[in-house]
Design a binder for this molecule. Structure first.
Ligand code: NI
Length: 175
């Protein structure tokens, strides 16, 4: 396993539409391992492959392990080619953040429940229901696979402000 570098806004790769995984090979499993290690190290609760500059439809997640609670047990999840099958009319609001937009949090409204389909690490098709933080997280990560970021749901004013801030950071870091 290896920790990979997470790309940060305004990196244009974050806007790419990721390609489906054809077959769950040992390379795909290795990529998932690297993503989990990178996600735990950050630390974060979800990561899409494009965030380590790999444009494949692969997501890792762990909503159980909390870095503020040493007794919590890791429950790593890997979702390959995930897609939403259905969503509730009911909405819920969560304060979202993103490892590619560090230290920035805003409330986003999304369907409160979703059913989604994916391939597991054995290449088997599965379906699962998600609600609460799980529903928000799976929608946030699937958005990444389509080049969509949570800041896209904010008002133009807020989005312009955060884009400008991160563009300035990047310019300063490059100097
Ligand atoms: Ni994100």
């Amino acid at each position: 396993m290896a920790i990979r570098e997470i790309i940060i806004l305004p990196d244009k790769q974050l806007r790419l539409v990721s390609k489906p995984v054809d077959r769950v090979t040992s390379e795909v499993r290795k990529l998932a391992d690297d993503m989990l290690e990178t996600m735990y190290d950050a630390p974060g609760i979800g990561l899409a492959a494009i965030q380590i500059a790999v444009p494949l439809r692969l997501i890792t997640m762990d909503l159980a392990k909390r870095d503020d609670d040493e007794t919590s047990v890791a429950r790593p999840r890997v979702f390959i080619n995930p897609e939403i099958v259905s969503k509730s009319d009911e909405l819920s609001v969560y304060e979202e953040g993103c490892l590619s937009i560090p230290e920035y949090y805003e409330a986003v409204e999304r369907p409160a429940k979703v059913r989604f389909r994916f391939l597991d690490l054995d290449g088997k098709t599965r379906e699962e229901d998600a609600e609460g933080l799980f529903a928000t997280c799976i929608q946030h990560e699937i958005d990444h696979l389509n080049g969509v970021l949570f800041v896209d749901y904010l008002s133009k004013l807020k989005r312009d402000r955060v884009m400008k801030k991160f563009t300035k950071f990047a310019r300063r870091a490059a100097e």
